[in-house]
Design a protein around this ligand. Structure first.
Ligand SMILES: [Zn+2]
Length: 217
């Protein structure tokens, strides 16, 4: 089941490794599937991304977490992820990471301001920092839903990052460009007071991104 979604998850996981957004087995990737969005395809618990393949992914029922297909144990964050899918109907894909720069900002600040156009493009602008929630907790999902607003990312204090998207590609871009923006902001802070984008500049940058790239044939 869900061959294309499985491929998409493996491909995206390897990109996250390549860009140093995830290391070893940390975090997870999942996609909502099925004609009624009744299933989730998700990465397994505690397996290195570079060593997993499509057969290692697990298909679960959204409702009761029952495994529909797969022989691995799913990510321990499954309760939080289901909570996000159930409360954010527009979300079809979620990535959870422990990316260093965004997490670093989260232990010092209460938000990552809109500091570069790529952040505006990928997340919609300023990214909030949610209060602490631990791995494997439902709280992680609740804090995400309460704090993410209309953006595609939220930082979980002392923990990591959740990014979401209508597609896995959106969640992937959000994670990668959030990390770039966080890195720019961290380094800029060591040099002086960073200039931030205005609301209008952020909006314009997000608008331009809608027509960015190649049109589908
Ligand atoms: Zn985590």
């Amino acid at each position: 089941m869900y061959k294309e979604e499985r491929k998409e998850i493996i491909k995206s996981a390897l990109k996250l490794v390549k860009y140093d957004i995830v290391r070893l087995s940390a975090g997870n990737l999942s996609i909502k599937c099925g004609n009624q969005g009744q299933h989730i395809v998700i990465t397994p618990s505690g397996m290195d991304y570079e060593e997993i393949n499509e057969k290692d992914l697990i298909v679960l029922n959204m409702k009761d977490k029952e495994v529909v297909e797969g022989f691995r144990r799913p990510s321990v964050d499954i309760d939080a992820l289901i909570h996000i899918y159930e409360n954010m109907s527009e979300v079809n894909a979620i990535i959870h990471t422990h990316q260093v720069y965004a997490t670093c900002l989260g232990v010092v600040f209460d938000k990552l301001p809109s500091v570069v156009t790529t952040l505006a493009n990928a997340t919609g602008g300023e990214v909030a920092v949610a209060p602490f929630s631990s791995a494997a907790s439902l709280e992680m999902g609740k804090e995400t839903v309460s704090n993410i607003g209309d953006k595609k990312a939220v930082v979980l204090k002392n923990h990591g990052v959740i990014t979401v998207g209508k597609t896995m590609k959106e969640a992937l871009y959000s994670a990668v460009y959030l990390e770039d923006a966080a890195k720019v902001f961290c380094i800029a802070m060591t040099l002086g007071k960073p200039a931030l984008l205005t609301e209008e500049q952020t909006r314009e940058a997000a608008e331009i991104f809608k027509t960015y790239g190649q049109e589908k044939a």
